[in-house]
Ligand binder design. Sequence first.
Ligand code: SF4
Length: 762
Amino acid sequence: MTSEKTACILCSRNCGLAVEIEDGKFTKIRGDEDHPLTKGYICQKAARLEHYQNHDDRLTHPLKRQSDGSFSQVSWDEALTDIAQRLLDIREKHGGDAFAFVGGGGQGNHLGGAYSRQILSAMKSRFAYNSLGQEKTGDFWVNGRLFGSQMCHTTEDVEHADYVLFIGTNPFQAHGIPNARHTLKEIQKDPNRKMVVIDPRRSETAKHADIHLQLKPGTDAYLLSAILSIIVRENLHDREFIKQHCNDFDLLEKELLEIPVEDYVQRADVPLEDVIRVARDFANARTACVRIDLGIQQTLHTTLNGYLEKLLYLITGNFGKKGGNNLHSFLLPILGNTDERKTKKGKSLKLTAYHKMHPIAGIYPPNILPDEIEHEGENRIRAIFVDSANPMLTYADTQAFERAFKKLDLLVVVEVSMTETARLAHYILPAASQFEKWEATGFNLEFPENAFHLRHPLFPALGESLPEPEIYTRILEKMKEIPNTFPRLQRLAQLEPKSSAHLGYMGALAVTLARHSHWQKYAASIVYRTLGKALDNDAAAAAPLLPLAIQYAQTHYAAVRRAGHQGNRLTLGTALFRAIMDRRAGTMLSKHEFTEMWSLMKTKDKRIHLAIPEMLDELRALKSEVMPGADYPFILMAGERRSYNANQIYRDPTWRKVDPHGAMRMHPDDASKLELVDGSRASCQSAGGRIDVVIEIDDAVRRGMVTLPHGYGMRYKGSEPIGPQINLLTSGTHCDALSRTPFHKYVPVHIYKINSEVTTTS
Ligand code: SF4
């Protein structure tokens, strides 16, 4: 039995874990008190991680699809040689636009992303699709306009705010804030602090709140604009902050003053007096912040909602201060900046062939992908790599994905498990699990203190599975994009494996990449093959963290030193790198002063550009808008977070202690009209599809809405789908016009009773 440190990989908090392992299994999992941010906190989901590490869908060997649809085991060399040749043929014949990369990342495996995205460069393609493109890109787009770059991402200091507004988020179940349940409890027990929840469901968080505005689904933009209007009408906005930091407030103010507050509040169907109270108290609070999530990012007016929630903290001056919302630094650059108004070196952004969609933060929205594969044009997508993602279950419109993926000339899936998407692949390449390789998350999204946790491998890789850095580097070598060896760099790396500065190696790397500029895009694999070989404990995958740590220390020199790292401007980055490599419980990267937040702004004048013309147009258009789905009796909120659902990496259904069917929650009055009781079977029909569900009566749900959880529908060990396949109901075209984010939280449906019942829903 050994004791180790690692992190949970189930949500973006990535809580530090102290684990015991024996005979290749987790025997004990608890929160790690040494983790610099989570300090021992975990929720109930982490304790079940053995169900991720060891289960019967794990992949052990490369597999190739045969003509009869079955898979046969092949060697790595055979698989990668054939894949590389087929990629080169497709690139030669159809150009790079025929290739797309899908996924790459998840909640805890971002280190591999530095390697996997290189295949886009090798294919001369820019088409990267991932789940952020169906969740967060509206938010990133607004950040780009307000703060000057889509890489300017904001965080919220919920732990120190006097007044916290949760909109479309349920941190009690979904987390997303530091040590969520403890933090909620702290707010609740302090009489000087207030918590308000805006959510159509009386969520577990709403049950802790001082005020719950249980609005009608899809009316968030009406409610938020009404709150903003009350603030400016009553002159509660922070004029001094606005004068000092913002442009174009007059344009915004004019629009907000024209909001018909009473009409909008009526549309949202919440008490006007509560809305007025929230507007006044939020604006008057000493410190206030806003925390949002998919509840407003996957419903009507996605991008506008993101704009309005940011205006709440901006016009009240709750930005760049303790207890407010703040920008933060990144060590791993998980976002890009792709502003569709600007061209890069004279080149416009790459638009997709069919939908003419541009990327946001470098990401294309998955729900347009089936059309980009299926259209008749020569420039359709013909080859796809899917990495650490399961589009067949997690992207809108499962039927469209199945149809489209079957038309691909080449589908390669890099995965830990036999997923529903892997079953459609031409090749399945087995990846080592997240506890069998060096890994890390790029979700270090905190301010003023930010931390990073490099996880060490705990188990040997299962069977022939390989870590992603090795898989993608071998493909680049097979495609002859990079040579197999770099003798000079390897020699220098060996000479100074524990160097305090790695100066010789870094200098030689810069010279090599300058001489061979076409290798620059493969820097991760080159560093992996050279510096990586000199690192202890087979830590090659972590080698690209050296240049990132050097860059981070140069950019945030004072903040890195405040976090306790020693060194001068030449050596501080290396010291940070060594700390990341050595500290198994995670490392505090930086400790900022609040005034330093303004250095993270990317507008040229370092001011916030409040008036975004597209958003003001959309705000005006609300007045005449008719809510969609009037001919359907229910609005389904698809993808609810519950006690025992998680991302798709838990495949073995025995990990759940409750809710084996992923029941549909429905208000008792609605259930009684349909003659449904707890455990009844029902059929749920949307415009796109139909699934059978099990009913759970729940008076926390608003009348006229129903909910289903995400994280179900797997065919574990080839079984029938377990629980609801919610994306048989969702649509790729029912989406936000600007970001194309699908409206998973607003799916109009009919519910029909089926005349049989199950014995239990728990
Ligand atoms: S699921 Fe999230 S909150 Fe729960 S232990 Fe894992 S990382 Fe922490």
